[in-house]
Design a protein around this ligand. Structure first.
Ligand code: SF4
Length: 354
């Protein structure tokens, strides 16, 4: 076993809920859609959950990244706009996206180039994180940076305390969830951001995922009453054909026309350095498709100041501009305390400040 794995294994706890015990000391991990069958002494696909003598061990008690960010950066546009969110991340992922911007922490134990990421891990307790959130004035806490599903137990322990302190809780996830993981998270979560990376299963497999798992997560999270926002990073030549964008938009609209869809611009990163950065017109075209498909809230991200009103929220009923943004900055906010449009009184879906 590598020294890195040995050190990470010291910061774990037995997973008690998201696990199924199998004969011969094997376990099935239920934290993500891979549902790894793990024999004693072996690791799951994510490498950070492992079987120790018939017990599934899961990461617990550290953070590798901790920042106070605007909620718009996650991105959530319909969750307490303008508020800060204490965002924490651990190490590891169940995917291996070639364009990952957080690859240094997400690919720990999977890519030797990210070995030094262990230096970022520092021990922490849920009490410390919640105290830090309160000190910073954040109104939310979020699990992000690496894939939060694979460290769900840690997130729930943080969220439980955060809720007691009056904070809202959010997941920023690749959507490779299971029914069991969503049911486990539901009592503790208010909002769930899902990356819908492509509508082609063969492309999803290149990233380490399965399309249907992500579609199921969007449907189930919405059905469970979580506030869901969907993000699609448009990678030229990978997932940005007109047909594919229509398919994505139609799917989201079929779940709910009120789910915000963020189409965001790619820039070359990590192993995906071939495609050009997404042009402004690519984002605009995708946004038009989303609107034509009936989605009420379509946003263009990562090219702030160049996409016109596609950073703003408009009332779908009367067209009034309700929230004006530039990048992660709120310039104007008109939604009423009741969560309605001040002009026509239409209800605007989301989680708003009372
Ligand atoms: S979190 Fe996913 S990848 Fe990791 S062990 Fe569990 S099922 Fe496997």
């Amino acid at each position: 076993m590598s020294k890195l794995a040995e050190q990470l294994d010291q910061m774990t706890r037995p997973a008690e809920t998201l696990v199924e015990k199998l004969p011969g000391g094997a376990v099935r991990c239920l934290a993500c859609g891979h549902r790894c069958l793990i024999k004693p002494g072996r690791r799951g696909i994510c490498q950070v959950r492992y079987n120790e003598d018939g017990v599934l061990k899961a990461p617990w008690g550290y953070v590798a990244a901790l920042n106070v960010d605007p909620i718009e950066k996650k991105p959530f546009f319909h969750v307490l706009p303008g508020q800060d969110v204490l965002t924490f991340g651990m190490l590891g992922c169940d995917f291996h996206c070639g364009y990952c911007q957080n690859w240094f922490t997400s690919q720990t134990l999977r890519d030797p180039a990210s070995e030094e990421s262990l230096g970022l891990a520092r021990r922490a307790s849920p009490e410390q994180l919640v105290a830090a959130a309160l000190r910073s004035g954040a109104k939310l806490v979020a699990s992000s940076y690496n894939e939060p599903l694979i460290t769900s137990e840690w997130a729930v322990d943080v969220f439980r305390l955060a809720a007691q302190a009056g904070l809202q809780c959010a997941f920023v996830s690749n959507g490779n969830a299971t029914v069991e993981a969503l049911d486990y998270l539901r009592p503790h979560l208010a909002a769930y951001k899902v990356d819908l990376k492509t509508m082609q299963d063969k492309q999803y497999r290149k990233l380490g995922g399965v399309l249907q798992h992500v579609l199921d997560t969007i449907q189930r999270a919405h059905a469970l009453g979580l506030w869901v926002e969907v993000v699609t990073l448009l990678v030229p030549g990978f997932n940005d054909s007109v047909e594919e964008l229509w398919e994505a938009a139609r799917f989201i609209a079929s779940v709910s026309a009120d789910i915000p869809w963020h189409v965001t611009a790619f820039h070359p990163d990590y192993k995906m350095t071939g495609p050009d950065p997404t042009p402004v017109k690519g984002l605009q075209q995708a946004a038009e498709i989303g609107q034509e498909a009936g989605l009420h809230y379509v946003y263009a991200g990562n090219l702030s100041g160049r996409v016109g009103s596609l950073e703003d929220t408009h009332c779908p009923q009367c067209g009034t501009r309700l929230v004006q943004r530039r990048g992660f900055t709120l310039l104007d906010y008109q939604i009423t305390a009741q969560g309605t449009c001040p002009k026509c009184a239409a209800r605007i879906p989301g989680i708003w400040a009372g």
